[in-house]
Each structure stands twice: as C-alpha cells, then as structure tokens.
Write a protein that binds this ligand. Structure first.
Ligand code: ADP
Length: 753
C-alpha cells in the first residue's frame, strides 16, 4: 500500500491523494476514533436518563452494549493506519472496517432496543409495547451519522443505515405478531419510521451532494493553484533568466548599449564607459552617432546603421569612433532590433567591441605580407637577373674555349683550353644548382608535365655520363624492366635532373668498380609508380651521416667532398623534386662498400592520342640542314660570333639581327625557316618580336628561344608568346647542331606545305 507516496508534489497531486478511496477511508477512521470520548459521554448521559426513566440496571446494560460495540469499532479504526503500513490490501481493510461498523451497529442496536426486550419488560413497568420512540430516536442519530460518513466509507455507512431501518421494522413486526395488530398507534409508528427513513436518505443524498460540491471546489482550487504555481515558476524562471542576462550585459567585456525606437541611448554597461570614456549619465538620452562619431566612418556604413533602426533589421559593421578623450578607436558593432508583439521596434541592442588593436595587427600583417611578397619578388627578379647576367658571359667563355680547342692548338695549349672548359662547366653546374635551389625556396616548385618515353629519357641521360665513367674506368650500366609503359606523363626534364644528380654523384664518389642504374615501375592507383635505383661501389656514406646528406649544403665528409668537388645541393634539390612528383628518395649505404639511392615517382600514364603526338627522333646527319635558312636575333656580339663560328662549316644560310625590331624586319626580307631568338634584347625583346612575327600573315618559321633566362617561368612565357622550343644558354656546338637537326625536317615540311 502506498501511504503518502503521491505521484508528485503540487496541489493537484495532493488533491488526488486527499480524494483517493484509501485516503477517504483513513479520514473516516480518524474522524471516528477521535470522537470516541465525546460519543461515550453522550451515550452515557442518555443511558443515565434512560435509567432514571426505567431502571438503572437496564441503563447499565444498554451502556455496556453500546460501549463494547464502539470500543471494538474504534480500536479497529485506530489500528487501521498501522495495518495499512503492513501492506495489507485496501479491499481487505475496507472489509474489516465494514465488519467493525456492523459490530458497532449491533452494540448500538442492543443499547437502543434493550428497554423493550421481553425479559427486561417483565421487570419494568412500561405502558405499551409500541413506545419505541427511544429506539427510533437513538438509531436515527446513528443513521444521520451514517448519512454524513457515506462518501468516506460507503459500506460501513450502508451497514449502519440497514441497522436503523431493520431494527425498528423488526420491532414493529414483533409487535404485530405478538398482539396489537394494525392499530392506529402501530400505523402512526410505521409512518414515523418511514418518514425518518425518508429523511435519512434525503440527508444522505444531501450529504453526498455537499461532499461532491466540496470535492469539485477543491479540485478547481487545486487546478487553479497548480496553474498559479506553474505560472509562478515560469515567472521565476523568466526573472532568473532576465537577471542572468542583465548580469551578463553588465559584466560583459564588450560594450552593451540599449536604444529606444528613435535610437536614443536608454542603458549602457560598464564596458561602454571603459571603451568610450562616457559615463552612464552622460550617455543616457544621447544619439550614439552624435556622441561617438569620429567623422571618419564610411557614409555607407552609417547609412547601414540608420537603416537598421528604420527597418528594424540586424546589422554588423566596423566603424571609427571618437572617445571622450578624443582618441579614435575602431569598433565592431552588432546591432540587433527587439520587436514588440505588434512587430514594431521596441529596443535596439548594440554590442560593440574595440578592435583597434586587431585592426592595427591586421594592418601590420598586411604590410608584412606585402613586404614579404615584394621581397620574394625582388629575390626572384634578382635570381633571374643573376642567372641571365652570369650565363651570358659564361656562354662566351665556354663557346670561345670550344672554338679555341678546335683551332689546331699544341698539346699543352689544348690542355689549357680543356681545363678552361671543364672549369667553366663546373662553375655553370654550381650556378645552376644555387639558382635552382633558391628559386625553389622563393616560390612553389612548378612542374611542366609532358608525354615522354621513360626508356629513351634514361638511355640518353646515361649516354651523356658515359664519357665521365669511361674516364674513371668505371662500368656504367642501365637495366630497364620489361613491360615499362612506352609513354608516361611527367616532367622529364626534372626526372633527368634527379637521375643526373644521383648517377653523377655515384660516378664522382666511386674510384673503381661500377655504377648501375635499374629502372622499373608498377601501375599504381591513378597512375604509374616509376622507380629507379642508382647503385655504386664507391666510398659509401657513414651511417650517422645518412640522414643528413639530403640537407642543403650538407656533405658527408667535408675533406672528401673538397677532393671531389660539389656544393651539397644536388641531393636536396633531387629530394624536393621527387617529393613534388608525389614520391621520395631513400638511401642505403655502407662505408667503403658503396651506396644505393632509390627513387620513387608518381606519374600519370600518357593518353593514347597524346602519346602519338610525341616528336620523332631527330636525324643527326648535317645533310638534313642543307639550305636551312636561319635567323639569329641576338644583341650580344660574342654570342653572335659564337653561333656564326659553330655553324660556319654547315650548309645553312645564316643571318643576324641585333634586336627584336630588326628581327621582325629581317624576317620579312630573309624569310627564315628557323629563328633563334634571344629573350632580352634592346628596343624590342624576343617575346614581343615573336608575337609580332606570329601576327603577320606570312608563312611562319619555327622560333626557338635561345636565352640565358633559364627558369621554367621563362620557358612558359616563350611558349605562350608563340615560340616552338626553348634552349637555355650557354649553348654548345653539339647542342645547337642537335637542335637544328631536330627542327630541319619540320622546317622543310612547312616550306613544302
Ligand atoms: P654534392 O654536390 O656535394 O655532391 P649532393 O647533395 O649531391 O652534393 O650530395 C651531398 C653529399 O652526399 C655529398 O657531398 C657526399 O658526401 C654524399 N654522397 C652523395 N652521393 C654519394 C655517393 N653515391 N657515394 C658516397 N657519398 C655520396
């Protein structure tokens, strides 16, 4: 049994508890045993009067009967709460209390009828059987009590009512049987009993209605109270929320400003005073614009703020304000309108933040960024200029040394010329490396992927190194895996650069034995993984230096490197290139035994149609050059002389222009098959001249950039201007002949077409 364990607190819950059948029964029980003593006093008084009227013994007996019945009932009701606490079901408790009510009814009935029992009558002087007014009056009291308690404990009340009806009716019946018959007096008694019974039912019905009304009233009150409490709780919550918000607004780090619908300040927090210098009282009633505008805010922004009030729309802008002390500050303001239930603007909330420091910081950052960009650009320009300026004289040195060497020198003189040549080559390699790496540092490394044949790429590169290997008596081997794709898509120049670096190192650091290159690969997701290893039997690298050799300017052993020469940049450049191609380089080595560099590159497989576009192999025979008309546009006299000397033994027709403008004019007169075009020339540079030639409606020549500007960006600019090929200076005789031999068939085809 759930005693006092309600579904919840609150008026409705307590109403439910109060009017539950169990609680009503408990209230009935309590009412009964609490009025036990007054009841006894009352019954005792009546019995004394009865004794005076009849006999004291009868009165004593009657009182005893009533007392026993009442004690039994009251005791039972008094114990009811304790029994309920022992989890006895409510139905059984109701049955028990109904039985105890019957015991009480029996006691009271004995008490009420005792004077009329035959054996009592025998000893008492009574006038007539039918003087049962005492009985009726006594029992009517119980019945009225029953009518009142009916809503609380219906079975008990019904038992009492039955006693009230049954006992007088039984007495009338006995009287009828024992002699009197339907006398007038008997009939009057019967009518009296019926009347009292009617009154009793009427009273019961009235009591029930009253109880029901009270219950309904209590229910309505409880419901109202419940609603009131809920409303109260909501109000309390809202108050708390408002208080919290007020606290947040008051203590916020940002300035908070409330404005009325005209835009006048109605409230500000402490941060407003901190940021603007104006106190609450100074700000109150002012228009923020009048108070704070510095005159430096963009009029468009001010209009946005005004529109925000006019159209009740939120806005977030940055404005320039003037503090009370005259200092200007940057403010980020966020204005939010609050509308009333009619949708009209009621309050405008502006949350403002001082962003002066952030603005200054951003300005400085921007300045630094521009400076950095300018620095990078300056560095890049410097590198391009340096590259150009160094290559141009180098072109002269190398070219002239080549010419000198072929001019029938004595053995000693030839040795000097060769030394000049090899020193110049080393110097050029060094310049190339330094410029290359600086360029990679200055800007993103960009690759220029084309379709190429990996096999011939490796074969030609290794062929170039053959002379070096032979000079040292080393075996140089190239092993190519079967089934390698005929065409791949990647930056072959850069791949060649990696190979030349690694194989060049291998030859450089190997005294005897061999250098072997193994090329292979496997198809990989979205492309092809090209791998190659360069293995040598050279000096090897100490284990503790293995991790460092890829660092820029790092050499495993300074003394050895001095002996072999080099800058310590080759591996750093190679690794950067391999990584840019989605791969990497790994090294394994043993001091004194040799080294193995393994390269992995992620390339694309060439599309079939573009594979078909690859250039045919260049014929090397000078015969192909027969009658080729070549225009060289070059402002540098040494270079012009060089080209002239390189080509003077060949059957080509050669002419020169000293700048771009002259080149365009010569093009129209001379109608060349091939133009070798320097990029940087006075009056009109090579790019402009190319564009001018391409714009002319005449048979077009092949134009090849011949330039000291050796960067990728230069190559792209040349191709974009309409050139067909690109050759960087310094030029050597074989390179130049190779180029012309490659171009001659195309030129002939053009001439024929
Ligand atoms: P360097 O111009 O000095 O060759 P690299 O970056 O190409 O610069 O190489 C860095 C250093 O790594 C070299 O100086 C050398 O000490 C070491 N190294 C590179 N390749 C080899 C090799 N095949 N055998 C031995 N040492 C090598």
């Amino acid at each position: 049994m759930n005693i006092g364990k309600g579904p919840a607190d609150g008026p409705l819950a307590s109403y439910e508890r109060k009017y539950s059948s169990f609680e009503l029964m408990m209230r009935y029980a309590k009412g009964r045993y609490k009025t036990f003593w007054p009841r006894q006093v009352f019954v005792f008084g009546i019995c004394v009067l009865l004794g005076l009227a009849t006999d004291m013994r009868i009165a004593a007996l009657a009182f005893t009967a009533a007392l026993i019945g009442d004690i039994a009932d009251s005791f039972c009701l008094w114990r009811l709460a304790a029994l309920a606490a022992r989890d006895i079901p409510e139905a059984r408790l109701r049955l028990l209390t109904t039985l105890s009510a019957a015991v009480y009814g029996t006691g009271m009935s004995i008490c009420a009828t005792l004077p009329y029992w035959p054996w009592v009558e025998a000893g008492v002087d009574t006038d007539h059987h039918l003087d049962i007014l005492f009985t009726i009056a006594f029992l009517a009291g119980i019945a009225m009590n029953a009518a009142i308690t009916l809503p609380y404990h219906r079975p008990a009340s019904v038992v009492w009512m039955v006693f009230f009806c049954a006992v007088p009716a039984a007495m009338l019946g006995v009287d009828l049987v024992e002699g009197g018959g339907f006398t007038t007096e008997w009939q009057l008694h019967a009518v009296g009993i019926i009347t009292l019974t009617g009154f009793m039912f009427w009273l019961a019905a009235y009591g029930r209605r009253t109880f029901e009304n009270t219950r309904q009233y209590n229910l309505a009150t409880a419901t109202q109270q419940q609603e009131l409490e809920a409303a109260n709780a909501r109000l309390q919550d809202q108050r708390m929320e408002a208080r919290r918000l007020a606290l947040v607004a008051e203590n916020a780090n940002d300035s908070v400003m409330l404005m009325d619908r005209e835009g006048r300040i109605t409230w500000v927090n402490d941060s407003f005073t901190r940021i603007t210098g104006y106190s609450f009282d100074e700000a109150l009633g002012q228009m923020p614009g009048d108070l704070l505008n510095s005159g430096e805010t963009d009029p468009g922004t001010i209009k946005m703020l005004q529109d925000s009030i006019r159209y009740a729309q939120p806005v977030r802008v940055e404005i320039r304000n003037r503090r009370k002390d005259g200092r200007k500050v940057w403010i980020e303001t966020s204005q939010v309108p609050m509308l009333n239930s009619d949708g009209k603007l009621e309050t405008l909330i502006a949350v403002e933040r001082d962003i002066t420091a952030a603005k200054e910081h951003a300005r400085q950052l921007e300045k630094a960024r521009i400076a950095a960009e300018e620095g990078a650009r300056a560095k890049s320009d410097f590198l391009a200029t340096m590259s150009h300026e160094i290559r141009t004289p180098m072109n002269g040195v190398i070219g002239m040394a080549q010419l000198l060497r072929d001019s029938g020198l004595s053995k000693e003189q030839a040795l000097y010329a060769d030394t000049i040549l090899s020193s110049a080559d080393m110097l050029l390699a060094l310049i190339n490396d330094v410029l290359d790496f600086s360029k990679m540092d200055a800007e993103e490394l960009t690759l220029s992927p084309v379709n190429f044949d990996p096999r011939s790429c490796f074969e030609t590169s290794i062929r170039l190194l053959q002379a070096q290997a032979d000079a040292k008596g080393l075996d140089l081997e190239l092993e190519i895996q079967e089934g390698l794709p005929a065409q791949l898509h990647g930056d072959d120049r850069r791949i060649r650069q990696i190979l030349m670096n690694l194989a060049g190192n291998a030859i450089k650091f190997t005294k005897q034995g061999r250098v072997s290159v193994a090329l292979g690969g496997t198809p990989a997701a979205g492309g092809y993984e090209l791998t190659f290893t360069v293995t040598d039997t050279g000096i090897g690298i100490a284990e503790d230096k293995l991790g460092e050799v890829f660092e820029r300017f790092s050499q495993a052993d300074a003394a050895i490197s001095r002996r072999f020469g080099g800058t310590g940049l080759g591996l750093a450049i190679s690794r950067r290139l391999a990584e840019a191609m989605g791969g990497g380089i790994a090294v394994s080595s043993e001091l004194g035994t040799g080294s193995c560099f393994a390269v992995r590159l992620h390339l694309q497989v060439a599309q079939a149609e573009s594979a078909a576009q690859t250039e045919p192999a260049a014929p090397s025979a000078p015969a192909a050059l027969d009658g080729l008309r070549v225009l060289v546009a070059e402002d540098n006299a040494v270079n012009r002389l060089l080209v002239e000397k390189f080509l003077n033994a060949l059957p080509v027709e050669l002419t020169f222009a000293e700048n771009g403008r002259e080149a365009v004019a010569k093009f129209e007169e001379f109608v060349p098959d091939v133009i070798l075009m320097d990029m940087s020339m006075p009056e009109m540079d090579g790019l402009e001249a190319t564009r001018a030639i391409r714009a002319l409606a005449r048979p077009q020549p092949l134009i090849v950039a011949l330039t000291a500007n050796a960067f990728d960006s230069d190559r792209k600019a040349c191709l974009a201007a309409g050139m067909d090929d690109f050759m960087s200076k310094p030029i050597s005789k074989p390179k130049l002949l190779d180029l012309l031999a490659r171009l001659a068939p195309q030129a002939q085809r053009r001439r024929a077409g």
